[in-house]
Design a binder for this molecule. Sequence first.
Ligand SMILES: Cc1cc2nc3c(=O)[nH]c(=O)nc-3n(C[C@H](O)[C@H](O)[C@H](O)COP(=O)(O)OP(=O)(O)OC[C@H]3O[C@@H](n4cnc5c(N)ncnc54)[C@H](O)[C@@H]3O)c2cc1C
Length: 377
Amino acid sequence: MLNIEQLSFWEKQSYFEEIDFLIVGAGIVGYSTAIHLQEKYPNASILIVERGYLPSGASSKNAGFACFGSATELLDDLDQMDENTVWSTVQKRWEGLNYLKSIIGESNLELEVNGSWDILTTKNADKIPFVRSKIDYLNQQIEAITGEKKVYSEDLGLSKEFNFQGIETSINNRLEGQINTGKMIHRFYQKAIEKGIKVLFGIDVLSFESTENKVLINISQGEITARNLLICTNGFAAQLIDEDVQPARAQVIVTSPIPNLQMKGTFHYDQGYYYFRNVDNRILLGGGRNLDFKGETTTQMETTDLVMNSLNKLLKEVIIPNTPYSIEYKWAGIMGVGSTKAPIVKKVKPNVGIGVRMGGMGVAIGSLIGKELSELF
Ligand SMILES: Cc1cc2nc3c(=O)[nH]c(=O)nc-3n(C[C@H](O)[C@H](O)[C@H](O)COP(=O)(O)OP(=O)(O)OC[C@H]3O[C@@H](n4cnc5c(N)ncnc54)[C@H](O)[C@@H]3O)c2cc1C
């Protein structure tokens, strides 16, 4: 691979000189930051650099849930975090989803608001009275954010409707939906290019040094400078900055097409540790990180037998019992998590900003975080 020193005058001038904003990471946050910066500074030179030949974190690998909070996950969060943080994060997810729709367009996202169901099985039957007793509270809080009444409701008929097994009841969230993740990220790329933003793949940012009027950036091909650096590397953030954000791997499978598949919509199971949806007539299923939190605190993009077996078990025992299928796709992606679910958006130097720690709902929150990060400059 050529290093920077070997590039022509034209190449250096076109891509690497006089960079106003260098953005690290071509995920939802990186693209959204770049797009908002371009709107704020139409004549600025903006470059996104990405280490993979495709985005290589979470934004092109996620399950495509357009979600902001299932009932049991929110109740679990309220148990562990302060109430204000929980609801202000939900507010950001809701605003973020609206931003995403406005940037990418609902049809480009292939957004379908079919609702989501939070499943309670016989295994967690003891939790059901508590969850039921909190539906009114959840509805009051969510109405204050969305303006919509009766967002959450109990749905006892889910098993019958979709032929699931071992499900006691479910809590429906009628405002959640699903998107086509591949189309979303490709549209982000197209939108950036249309706006004159440059995007280069195969560039790894190794380190940086901020001085008074520029940032020296050490990349895999040599050294470059930019007036400002914006780090949007989420689960990989620890390689460049020292903040409370750790990698959290998430593993996913997609089945073969299933004839006459009844299931339509998005489903959360076990406080959101498992999630599944239909993709046309296939099932996409992910989760199982709670089986080995320590082992899944990694940036290695590998699937493991432990998690794959648990996903298969859930398919066979709960989702499509007695239905033949094979696994046609499996992959892993990396999220960024920390001691709280709120993202980190701030300047760490006058000319260096960060937008990281999107947690498990970055599809919803990512675009808004990009906007917030751009507003710091
Ligand atoms: C399997 C999975 C399923 C998920 N499902 C959902 C879902 O259904 N709904 C939802 O809302 N959220 C979901 N998420 C979370 C969501 O996808 C993320 O929160 C969101 O995509 C984060 O976006 P980002 O731009 O912050 O990070 P990323 O998409 O990870 O982008 C960061 C980019 O930075 C690049 N990078 C890192 N370090 C460097 C470096 N040093 N130099 C150059 N480039 C670098 C990476 O390659 C990566 O492409 C899921 C995540 C995973 C992994």
